[in-house]
Ligand binder design. Structure first.
Ligand SMILES: Cc1ncc(C[n+]2csc(CCOP(=O)(O)OP(=O)(O)O)c2C)c(N)n1
Ligand SMILES: [Mg+2]
Length: 582
């Protein structure tokens, strides 16, 4: 049988190292599905229940493997469903290829069925975006799509009319000569200029109180970050997507920053005289030093992001680990260890507070208890995915990252519902690692049918649902800003244990905090996909970082004791903070 254009597409993807495609069939991609059917031993097709999940899975796969994530959807509605997941990839800078179908090429724009111009629809999200114009066009296009997505860390989109998918590659235009394109991806050295390194080292060597802020771009630079921190006596502060960049057991990190962050992180940024930013575009500039208060050095792969958030003196364009290695050859040891020492003392205090909040035994159970107990039980190579909501606060604060683990959520788009698809993708990529979705009941229920996907493919993911029967984050926002009773936030409770069983998986519930550890142990030890619904106190607000330990404790205690006027007082204190969490 001669190759069809769809065969060429899938063969080319295989050449690019693509091992899995997430998607859902439809008659706009019949030719591609058929090519996949005939290549099941080479490229795995994972069928989802909603194309949005396929795009999230492609994004999560890219985040956790560093490889190209690929999703596939049919014409019209299928492609439309991809959109949110593709924006997640765009905003967090992940290489994702979306392949969509179209109806017959010679009926496009004639009011036919599913006549949606997906290449136009995805024009804003994609950095490479094209419609296949004929069977001989496919190979050229797929090579460029993969190379662009990987090279520029973004979304590429190929829209493929269904009749062209089945055609053999016979006729070519006279300039489209076979074998003129290739699947080679060349790598840059990703090294900053030497004189910039020398100038950056001068700035850092002159500092007394140096702070390092790292993000997603530093996830591969753990050793280098710690070495630089040791040399400079500098605490490492982590933006949310950089949670796994340095383990929380490291003596150098003060943990997260921002509204979901820690007090020692915030103080280090308030007091530093020099700031080294590594692989981060952390958007909440109010947590950065005031302009002029600290001298700035920034490392980023993307030259356009240098100086984006803070007025820096020297920018180093390159890979974080390589740039830090190069810097290290010029950095002197800072003999004044007091700045780091203070950060270390305060970080110990912070973790004591987290433990205290995570160990409360009263009912209703606090969400922090679930996060804390889970954190203690995660394997050394666990991959934990989360969602937007108050859930992200517990994920950020109460689960200490250990070396070898991976953590992610939708950072820049801050969407709900990605947590479960990310966990599915993680488990597909790493069948032997513990893959957890730590999600809210609102986010989970948006795409919860993917739990059936986990059952179908026998993926032993563990889904921990923080069940507060509310869109918690928004509830707090409404009360804080409008002073109004919450509206439209209450969630009709779902019995997630019964749902798990209905999908063919296993469900467990935790209501009593004294049972929490035991049930989590059981869930983690159970083979196959498991849902744990943790029924928690819906009145636990996300605590802002920028209040003192004492205030935080009193605030939490007053809520726990059910102060009659607690709302008004507390809402006022929180008002600045909660909005920015949304
Ligand atoms: C797709 C999407 N819709 C709406 C929002 C706005 N939003 C942010 S957090 C949130 C509530 C999340 O609820 P849940 O998943 O139950 O977590 P909780 O806040 O209760 O912990 C909403 C509606 C969003 N970020 N993404
Ligand atoms: Mg909720």
């Amino acid at each position: 049988m001669t190759s069809t254009a769809a065969d060429i597409l899938i063969d080319s993807l295989e050449d690019w190292g693509v091992e899995v495609i997430f998607g859902l069939p439809g008659d706009g991609i019949n030719g591609i599905m058929d090519a996949l059917r005939r290549r099941q031993d080479k490229v795995r097709f994972i069928q989802v229940r909603h194309e949005e999940s396929a795009a999230f899975m492609a994004c999560g796969y890219a985040k956790y493997t560093g490889k190209l994530g690929v999703c596939l959807a049919t014409s019209g509605p299928g492609g439309i469903h991809l959109l949110n997941g593709l924006y997640d990839a765009k905003l967090d800078g992940q290489p994702v290829l979306a392949i969509t179908g179209h109806h017959y090429h010679d009926l496009i724009d004639t009011h036919s069925q599913q006549d949606v111009n997906l290449d136009r629809l995805l024009a804003d999200v994609a950095i490479y975006n094209t419609r296949v114009m004929g069977p001989a066009h496919a190979e050229n296009v797929v090579n460029l799509a993969c190379r662009t997505a990987l090279g520029y860390r973004g979304v590429a989109h190929i829209n493929f009319p269904v009749d062209l998918q089945d055609q053999g590659v016979g006729e070519r235009s006279k300039r489209n000569v076979a074998n003129h394109t290739s699947d080679v991806l060349a790598h840059r050295a990703r090294l900053p200029a030497e004189d910039d390194i020398v100038r950056a080292a001068e700035v850092l060597n002159a500092g007394k109180k140096i702070a390092i802020l790292c993000g997603q771009g530093a996830l591969n630079a753990t050793d280098e970050l710690e070495e630089v921190a040791e040399r400079l006596g500098a605490p490492i502060i982590k933006a949310l997507l950089g949670k796994g960049a340095v383990p929380d057991t490291s003596p150098y990190t003060t943990g997260g920053i921002g509204l979901l962050g820690t007090k020692p992180s915030q103080e280090a940024l308030e007091e530093c005289d020099t700031l080294l930013m590594v692989g981060t575009s952390f958007p909440y500039i109010e947590f950065l030093p005031k302009p002029g208060a600290a001298r700035g050095v920034q490392i980023d792969l993307d030259p356009a992001r240098i100086g984006l958030r803070y007025p820096i003196e020297v920018g180093l364009v390159g890979d974080s680990s390589r740039a830090l290695r190069a810097l290290l050859t010029h950095l002197k040891r800072n003999e004044d260890r007091s700045f780091l020492g203070r950060a270390q003392t305060e970080t110990k205090e912070w973790w004591k507070l987290m433990e205290e909040r995570g160990s409360r035994q009263e009912r209703p159970m606090k969400p922090q208890v679930v996060a804390w107990e889970l954190g203690k039980r995660l394997s050394d190579t666990a991959i934990v995915s989360s969602d937007s909501g108050t859930i992200a606060t517990w994920f950020a604060r109460q689960i200490p990252a250990r070396r070898g683990q991976m953590y992610s959520l939708s950072g820049t788009l801050a969407t709900m519902a990605n947590g479960l698809p990310y966990a599915v993708a993680a488990q597909i990529a790493y069948p032997d690692r513990q893959c957890i979705a730590f999600v809210g009941d609102g986010g989970f229920s948006m795409l919860m049918a993917e739990f059936a996907t986990a059952v179908k493919y026998q993926l032993p993911i563990k889904v921990i649902i923080i069940k507060n029967n509310t869109l918690g984050m928004i509830k707090w926002e409404q009360m804080v800003f409008l002073g109004n009773p919450e509206f439209g936030c209450e969630l009709q409770p779902i019995d997630f244990v019964a749902f798990a069983k209905a999908c063919g998986g296993i469900g467990m519930a935790i209501e009593d905090p004294t049972d929490c550890g035991r049930i989590l142990d059981r869930a983690l030890a159970t083979p196959g996909p498991v849902i744990v619904e943790a029924i928690v106190d819906p009145f636990t607000p996300p605590m802002p970082a920028k209040i003192t330990f004492d205030q935080a404790k009193k605030f939490a205690e007053s809520l726990a004791r059910g102060e009659p006027n607690r709302s008004k007082i507390v809402w006022t204190v929180l008002s600045d903070k909660v909005r920015e969490l949304i």
